[in-house]
Design a protein around this ligand. Structure first.
Ligand code: HEM
Length: 146
C-alpha cells in the first residue's frame, strides 16, 4: 500500500511541476504581451488546478502511511521534529506549503474566471500562479526525489 502510493505521489509530482510551470509561464506571457485570452489559456490553467488537486488527495493519503511522517507513531516529540531538517520537511513544511500552493492555484483559477476581459484574467492568473509556483519549488524534497 505505502510503496504504491509513494510511487504514484513521486511520479505525479513530475506532471504537477511541469503543468504548473507551463501554466505560470503562459499566464505571465499573456499578461506581458497583452494578448487576447483564448480557450487554450483556460485549458492550461484548469489543467494545473486538476493535477494539483489530484496530488493533494494522494498527498493526504501518503501523509497517514509514510514512515517519514512520525506524528502518529509517538516516537518523536514536537521539538525533535522541528530540530531535524528532514523530519521538519516531511512532517511540517512540505505538507503545509504544498497545501498553500494548491490554495493559491485554486484562488487564482476561480478569481480569473470572474474577470471579464483578457488582461485582468492574465494578471490574476500570473500573480496567484507565480506565488504558487515559487512556494511549490521551495519545499519539494529535491535531494530525495532525484
Ligand atoms: C503540489 C503538490 C505536491 C507536490 C508537487 C509534491 C511533491 C512531492 C515529492 C516530489 C515528494 C518526494 C517523492 C520521492 O521521494 O520520491 C513528496 C513526498 C511527500 N509528500 Fe508531497 N507533494 C505535494 C503535495 C503533498 C501534500 C498536500 C502532502 C500532505 C498533505 C504531501 C505529503 C508528502 C509526504 C508525506 C511525502 C513523503 C513520502 C515518503 O517518501 O514516504 N505532499 N512530495
Amino acid at each position: 500500500m505505502y510503496e504504491a502510493i509513494q510511487i504514484v505521489h513521486s511520479y505525479w509530482a513530475y506532471l504537477v511541476v511541469l503543468i504548473v510551470t507551463l501554466a505560470t509561464i503562459n499566464a505571465l506571457a499573456g499578461f506581458f504581451t497583452k494578448r487576447e485570452y483564448a480557450p487554450k489559456d483556460f485549458r492550461v490553467s484548469l489543467f494545473a488546478l486538476i493535477v494539483t488537486h489530484i496530488q493533494l488527495l494522494i498527498g493526504i493519503i501518503i501523509f497517514f502511511v509514510s514512515p517519514m511522517v512520525v506524528w502518529f507513531s509517538g516516537t518523536h516529540k514536537m521539538g525533535e521534529i522541528m530540530k531535524d531538517a528532514t523530519l521538519r520537511l516531511y512532517n511540517v513544511e512540505h505538507p503545509t506549503v504544498m497545501i498553500l500552493t494548491i490554495v493559491f492555484i485554486t484562488m487564482g483559477y476561480s478569481k480569473h474566471k470572474k474577470k471579464l476581459t483578457s488582461t485582468p484574467k492574465f494578471k490574476t492568473l500570473a500573480i496567484f500562479y507565480t506565488v504558487a509556483w515559487v512556494l511549490m519549488l521551495s519545499r519539494i524534497p529535491w535531494a530525495q526525489w532525484f
